[in-house]
Design a protein around this ligand. Structure first.
Ligand code: URA
Ligand code: CA
Length: 433
């Protein structure tokens, strides 16, 4: 087999066989195929696309390019949740203990945030003592005994994806549904869960800015998952404005605790219940979504969900007393209000720009090497559809420096107030096939 022939084949719109796809991925991962040929192949895929069979083969070739996690020692159906990334997306912190509290095993591998989106790992690290450097044996044992544990991303998972993503980034080939879907799914499949619930975000703060693109990506990922034997479904949810009120690491931990107590923001609570119900049904702990939802609501009102969160923190060295004493979380020195300049209704909040404002404070990273400040961030006081009077606070800035003029400018530019406005629909579509 010669890679140049395969590039020409794809360029001409023909289908690549399983063996040909494996040859390409193997060769590129090990270095026998150089970047320039891989770039040409990616551009050919970008223009000619791949059918469902090729996409599934590409995904599995990427999975097999490196280490995979074997979760078979964990009892029950392991269900993973993946979000395509958003601003102030606190759902994992709520979902993991919540579904664990009703018996769903959650073996979560988690990463750090980059750009305007935050990472679950960073958020958890705002809890004193909490650590994710646990052995695979400990990880499996914790999930078996307590139903929930979080481990840091292994360096050896899907090396093909790491190389391809970096190359796509500099060759104008990121925005191909075939390449995005296989990239995301390869990482999820390598992480070992039996079933996968995808939260595909749509809107300004999302990777997919339109409903149409989000739907296409969601369908592509659901088909890949099901074609390779992992029960997969997707929820398309709004990311035109940030989720919940809190954006920033310690602030989001506090928001997760409030939500586990049943006192969280309405949108975060609802999204958690929708995704959680799907997870409970996929894990076969309930027959219907209605039954699953009731189980989750009961776990919240009985305090079981919050108790599971404490247990989870303690198991991984974290100080669980923060649940009742939130002042023990990292605290920002300054709280600065952003007053509305006019009266009216909030008609738009540009999620990614608000995410960038939080990043400017130090809550997120502009580059992988940046250090983040766990205490800082934003608390939204208004959301789209809310009425405001001039002078009302729109946002509270939590900062460790006094000069936040540039952050304030960004917030004013990202929050529109006009005569009318309506809260966006939270759940756009649910895709099961
Ligand atoms: N996120 C991924 O993990 N891969 C892509 O290709 C795009 C977004
Ligand atoms: Ca939030």
């Amino acid at each position: 087999m010669r890679i140049v022939d395969l590039i020409a084949k794809k360029r001409d719109g023909k289908e690549l066989t399983t063996e040909e796809i494996e040859f390409f991925i193997q060769g590129y991962t090990t270095g026998s195929i150089p970047d320039y040929q891989a770039s040409a192949m990616m551009m050919a895929i970008y223009f000619q696309d791949m059918n469902d069979r090729e996409r599934a083969d590409l995904t599995m070739a990427m999975v097999n390019s490196g280490e995979t996690i074997d979760l078979s020692a964990i009892d029950g159906i392991k269900v993973d949740k993946h979000s395509t990334g958003g601003v102030g997306d606190t759902t994992t912190l709520v979902l993991a203990p919540l579904v664990a509290a009703v018996g769903v095993p959650v073996a979560k591998m988690s990463g750090r945030g980059l750009g305007h989106t935050g990472g679950t790992l960073d958020k958890l690290e705002s809890i004193k003592g909490f650590h994710i450097e646990i052995s695979k044996e400990q990880f499996v044992d914790l999930v078996n005994r307590h139903k929930v544990a979080v481990i840091g991303q292994s360096g050896n998972l899907t090396p093909a994806d790491k190389k391809m993503y970096a190359l796509r980034d500099v060759t104008g080939t990121v925005n191909s549904i075939a390449l995005i879907a296989s990239s995301i799914m390869s990482k999820k499949i390598a992480a070992g869960s039996d079933a996968i619930v995808l939260d595909v975000k749509t809107g300004a703060g999302a990777f997919m800015k339109t409903d149409e693109d989000a739907l296409e990506l969601a369908k592509a990922m659901v088909r890949i998952g099901n074609n390779v034997g992992r029960h997969t479904m997707a929820v398309i949810s709004d990311m035109s404005q940030p989720l919940g009120f809190a954006i920033g690491n310690a602030l989001e931990v506090q928001e997760a605790i409030d939500t586990l107590r049943g006192q969280g923001p309405a949108d975060l609570t609802e999204l958690t219940l929708v995704l959680g119900s799907q997870m409970v049904v996929l894990a076969k702990k309930a027959k219907t979504l209605e039954e699953a939802r009731q189980m989750l609501l009961d776990a919240i009102s009985s305090g079981k969900a919050l108790e599971k969160f404490r247990e989870f923190l303690t198991n991984q060295g974290g100080d669980a007393s923060i649940v009742d004493s939130p002042e023990k979380l990292p605290q920002a020195k300054f709280k600065i209000e952003v007053p509305a300049k006019t009266s009216g209704v909030v008609s738009n909040m540009i999620a990614d720009e608000i995410g960038v404002a939080a990043m400017l404070l130090g809550a997120g990273r502009a580059t992988k090497e940046d250090e983040i400040d766990l205490a800082v961030g934003l608390m939204l006081r208004k959301k789209v559809g809310d009425r405001v009077n001039a002078g009302d606070s729109l946002v509270t800035i939590y900062a460790n420096r006094e000069d936040v003029a540039s952050v304030m400018d960004k917030l004013y530019a990202s929050i529109e107030i006009s005569n009318s406005g309506q809260a966006p629909k939270l759940i756009h579509t649910v895709i099961t096939q």
